[in-house]
Design a protein around this ligand. Structure first.
Ligand code: UDP
Length: 480
């Protein structure tokens, strides 16, 4: 008896843990979900991104199911091209553009996969794959609300004169919740910056995709999903079919001594009593804000675990490309006496923690988060209420959705004319979330969403079915 050869799918993320994690989780789900699929996960390597967290995550072999291979794209040197004044997306796009010069030969060497899944900033692959007759699918790692904005961008770009952030009214996208100009993502706040040009270029290629996968689920973002299906946003061009396949969540495997210390400490705390503070892979605070955060947490008298990075007064996303590799000693930037004062009440972790294992722990009752989409999905999937602390990219949009539309987050406010959120305000919001009836109501809402997320990915759930549909399509593709 002959066995049918497996269908081969390649997956290509752009640099940064926020892009790598959901695509790697998709790759894992594909091979576990369907044993007739083999996935090559392509990794971009440059001399400008050196992340210990990434290497640990991708190469810890215990997390690789059979049928999934990690394939390094030949490394490129971009230090001559990347300038210090380049914003984060420009850096990502330059790294991707250089690396994709070898994509064609990599795909040929791999025997031309049946399909390639790329993230939003790897659209240079469309042209290469069209030469090889490989269909390309886009994967949107942020929300569907972000995706609708991105699909609508060419229309906005044509219709709006001047900056979007100066518009007097919220931006209305057909069928979607309006977006306040203040909440717009960084990449579109200055249309003269290179970052906008890159963003526009990649989003304008979205209709070239054979389909768009989104890290969300039907019941969670039914409004923008319906809008995409019912309206042709993109200068009247049809939008490719959209597949909500989320939430795609990593399963942390605690390994370092600090992971073990956190989890053992959590084991000894009451249920829902600990606040977890982490700002994604890139996020850090300014010197002044870090000081207020430290004393605000101490003042709240709540238990906490805080992932700490060196403060940066110029760039809130300064560890994006080197997370886990930065040498940082919290003693050198925390206020004097802080570590002594919080003994027994709070734990500080340098640079990177086992976030999902912490969120999954029953003692964790709140998450002060920068509201990156992966962190948002992880918090909701584990039923943890949020304090929204958006910093960069599209996080303000996510924070608005979590606080105003879904009611699963609280947001501290800055006083008039203030550049930082004061310690009293931090303490007030932390106590409100962790101790008050309002906090309990938020926690019960998030637990309902958790159940809905679990149903979506279970056998027969909407995301499960959506992925089955895609896999069936791939299985029927004729090899180019
Ligand atoms: N993360 C983690 N430990 C940390 C900080 C972040 O494991 O100390 C993971 C987190 O679980 C999430 C990802 O890094 O999966 C961050 O992605 P997100 O979209 O939230 O933010 P970004 O890093 O893209 O800003």
């Amino acid at each position: 008896q002959t066995t049918k050869p497996k269908k081969h799918v390649a997956v290509l993320p752009s640099p940064g843990m926020g892009h790598i994690i959901p695509l790697f989780e998709l790759a894992k789900r594909l091979v576990v979900f369907n044993h007739d699929i083999h996935v090559s996960f392509l990794v971009i390597n440059t001399d400008e991104d050196d992340s210990a967290a990434r290497d640990q995550y991708l190469h810890s072999h215990s997390t690789h199911p059979p049928g999934l291979d990690v394939v390094d794209i030949p490394p490129v040197n971009v230090s001559d091209i990347v300038r210090d004044d380049m914003l984060i997306l420009t850096r990502i796009c330059v790294m991707v553009e250089e690396s994709l010069k070898s994509l064609k030969s990599v795909l040929i060497k791999l025997g031309k996969p049946e399909a390639l899944v790329i993230d939003l900033f790897c659209t240079g692959a469309f042209e290469i794959c069209s030469e090889l007759s490989i269909p390309v699918y886009s994967f949107s790692s942020p929300s569907t609300a972000f995706l609708t904005f991105s699909l609508y961008l060419p229309t906005l770009d044509r219709e709006v004169e001047g900056e979007f952030v100066n518009l007097p009214e919220p931006i209305s996208i057909p069928g979607c919740s309006p977006i306040r100009p203040d909440d717009l993502l960084d990449q579109v706040r200055n249309r003269k910056n290179d970052q906008y040009k890159w963003f526009y270029l990649h989003m304008s290629r979205l209709p070239l995709a054979a389909g768009i996968l989104v890290n969300t689920w039907e019941d969670f973002e039914s409004v923008p999903l319906k809008a995409i299906r019912e309206h042709s946003f993109f200068l009247q061009l049809p939008t490719p079919p959209v597949y909500p396949v989320g939430p795609l969540i990593k399963q942390d495997e605690p390994s370092s001594s600090s992971d073990v210390e956190c989890l053992t400490w959590l084991d000894n705390q009451p249920a829902d009593s600990v606040l977890f503070i982490a700002l994604g892979s890139g996020g850090t605070l300014t010197t002044g804000q870090l000081l207020e955060m430290a004393w605000g947490l101490e003042m709240s008298q709540q238990k906490f675990i805080w992932v700490l990075r060196k403060p940066d007064d110029a760039d809130a996303s300064s560890t994006f490309f080197n997370v886990g590799s930065d040498v940082n000693d919290p003693k050198s930037y925390l206020p004097e006496g802080f570590l002594e004062k919080i003994q027994g009440v709070g734990l500080v972790v340098k640079s990177w923690a086992t976030q999902v294992a912490i969120l999954r722990h029953p003692s964790t009752g709140g998450f002060l988060s920068h509201c990156g989409w992966n962190s948002t999905m992880e918090s909701i999937t584990h039923g943890v209420a949020i304090i929204a602390w958006p910093l960069y990219a599209e996080q303000k949009m996510n924070a608005a959705m979590l606080t105003e539309e879904l009611g699963v987050a609280m947001k501290p406010v800055k006083g008039p004319g203030e550049t930082v959120v004061r310690r009293e305000e931090i303490s007030r919001v932390v106590r409100l979330l962790m101790e008050s009836e309002e906090g309990e109501i938020i926690r019960s809402r998030v637990k309902k969403l958790r159940d809905s997320a679990r149903r979506a990915v279970d056998n027969g759930g909407s995301s499960h079915n959506s992925l089955s549909c895609l896999v069936e399509k791939w299985k029927n593709e004729i090899k180019p």
